[in-house]
Design a binder for this molecule. Structure first.
Ligand SMILES: Cc1cc2nc3c(=O)[nH]c(=O)nc-3n(C[C@H](O)[C@H](O)[C@H](O)COP(=O)(O)O)c2cc1C
Length: 205
């Protein structure tokens, strides 16, 4: 697939078929993550691929299962109608979009600074770098014909996942990644119209 086809075709997919992903393809997708830039040259990220339904269920034990559109209506920070509609699609699927797919990939980032209380912007470099790797992974998945979604762990979700996956202290899960073959009727949320000629500036703002 052409690079721009992958970029333009990348969407958050939250509905999947039950097709498994061959290990060789999964490896290729994750290898793309390690081609991302990294702040300190180490790229000391880990990716745990979970396909076993029992482990997946336990791993996602902290993710809310019964959220509805009504919960979205209570979210006072949402003002834009297109944004609201996208939350109405996404929020009720947070558990299923991870559990009912071929695999959940759990990236792990080594905590090298207190990223919740950074003294300088550069304290967030390790977090920024792992996100570069996640985007590479996502685009590689699209190039292979798969789709992804992601969820930021909330509350106890990370602790539950650590217990189930058994990774040592000192690592952070930036997000859970659901990956699989998009269902033919997968719902893609409407995008907010961007006027790039107002956002891209030449020489000065
Ligand atoms: C940092 C970050 C956090 C996100 N968190 C979530 C999430 O918790 N749950 C979810 O369903 N999607 C999440 N998303 C996906 C966004 O909802 C999605 O990218 C956005 O609505 C644009 O839609 P698109 O990916 O289809 O272009 C997140 C994306 C980013 C970059």
């Amino acid at each position: 697939m052409e690079f721009y086809d992958a970029v333009n075709g990348r969407r958050s997919v939250r509905d999947f078929t039950d097709e498994a992903i061959p290990e060789a393809k999964m490896k290729r997708i994750i290898e793309a993550a390690y081609k991302a830039p990294a702040n300190d040259h180490f790229r000391d990220w880990h990716f745990i691929v979970v396909t076993d339904p029992d482990i997946k269920r336990d791993l996602l034990g902290g993710v809310p299962k019964n959220l509805t559109e009504k919960d979205v209506d209570q979210m006072t920070f949402i003002s834009d109608p297109v944004q609201k509609e996208s939350y109405r699609v996404a929020v009720p699927k947070q558990y299923r979009m991870l559990c009912d797919t071929a695999a959940v990939i759990v990236p792990l980032m080594k905590k090298k600074a207190d990223i919740l209380h950074p003294a300088n912007l550069s304290d967030l470099n390790c977090y920024a770098s792992v996100w570069c790797s996640i985007e590479n992974l996502w685009l590689a998945a699209v190039a292979e014909g798969y789709g992804c979604n992601l969820r930021i762990p909330w509350g106890e979700e990370e602790a539950v996942a650590q217990k189930v996956l058994g990774f040592p202290d000192g690592y952070l899960i930036p997000c859970f990644i659901g990956i699989g073959r998009p269902a033919p009727d997968a719902v893609l949320t409407k995008q907010i119209d961007l006027h790039l000629d107002e956002l891209i500036h030449w020489e000065k703002f």
